[in-house]
Ligand binder design. Structure first.
Ligand code: DX5
Ligand code: ZN
Length: 213
C-alpha cells in the first residue's frame, strides 16, 4: 500500500450503466468513489443530486467522497449525509463561515473537506487546515471533466503540505493521469481524483495502479 487514496470520479462514467461502472472501479482497486455535485450556479454545469447518491450507497461499499460545487452548501449537508456521503467537501469560495460548516459536517460523524479553486491562494486558507480532515486543491476550474491539468495549482500543495497537520488528506482533482499524479504526489498530495483517465482507459485496473505507483 502506497498510502495514496484513489477516488475515481463517476462524472466520466456512463450514467445509463452507473452500477456497472461503479462496480468496475470497485473491483479494480479504487479506495473511494468521487461524486461531483453541481448546481448550475456555483459552476456552469448541473450533475448529480441527493437521490442519486442515495441509490449509489445501496450498490457499493466504497466510501462516498462527495464534492459539492454548489452555493449555500450548508443547506444540503444533512440530506447528503442521510443519502450516504462519507466525506463531504464544500468550496471555500461558496461559504461565509468556514468553521460553522465544518462543525456542522463533523456533527454528523462524516469527514469534512474543503476545496479551493485555481485562483484561490493557498495562504488564504492555511488558518483553516487544523479543523479540516481533507483539503481539495482543484487543478482545473471546477465544472467539467476532461480538462487540462494546471501545474500552477499543484504548486500550491507544497505550501499547504508544509503548514498541515500530519493526518490532513490533501486531494487533487482535475486533469489527473499517471504523469500529473506524480507531480501532485511529489508536492505532497495523498488523494487523487480521476475521471477521464480512469473511465476512458481500456484497462481500469491498470489505470488505477498507474496512479498509485
Ligand atoms: C470537475 C470535477 C472533477 C472531474 C474530474 O469539476 O470536480 O471531479 O470529474 O475529471 P477529470 O479527471 O476528467 O479531469
Ligand atoms: Zn470533483
Amino acid at each position: 500500500m502506497s498510502g495514496i487514496i484513489i477516488s475515481p470520479s463517476i462524472l466520466s462514467a456512463d450514467f445509463a450503466n452507473l452500477e456497472n461502472d461503479i462496480k468496475k472501479v470497485e473491483k479494480a482497486g479504487a479506495d473511494w468513489l468521487h461524486i461531483d455535485v453541481m448546481d448550475g450556479h456555483f459552476v456552469p454545469n448541473i450533475t448529480i443530486g441527493v437521490p442519486v447518491v442515495n441509490s449509489i450507497k445501496k450498490i457499493t461499499t466504497l466510501p462516498l467522497d462527495v464534492h459539492l460545487m454548489i452555493e449555500n452548501p450548508e443547506k444540503y449537508i444533512e440530506p447528503f449525509v442521510k443519502a450516504g456521503a462519507d466525506i463531504l467537501t464544500f468550496h471555500y469560495e461558496a461559504v461565509e463561515n468556514v468553521e460553522h460548516i465544518v462543525k456542522l459536517i463533523k456533527s454528523y460523524g462524516v469527514k469534512a473537506g474543503m476545496s479551493i479553486k485555481p485562483d484561490t491562494p493557498a495562504e488564504e486558507i492555511l488558518k483553516y487546515l487544523p479543523v479540516l480532515d481533507l483539503l481539495l486543491v482543484m487543478t482545473v476550474e471546477p465544472g467539467f471533466g476532461g480538462q487540462k491539468f494546471m501545474e500552477k495549482c499543484a504548486e500550491k500543495i507544497s505550501v499547504i503540505k508544509q503548514a498541515a497537520q500530519e493526518n490532513l488528506i490533501i486531494q487533487v482533482d482535475g486533469g489527473i493521469n499517471a504523469q500529473t499524479a506524480r507531480i501532485c504526489t511529489h508536492y505532497g498530495a495523498n488523494s487523487l481524483v480521476a475521471g477521464n483517465y480512469i473511465y476512458k482507459s481500456t484497462d481500469v485496473e491498470l489505470a488505477i495502479k498507474s496512479l498509485r505507483d
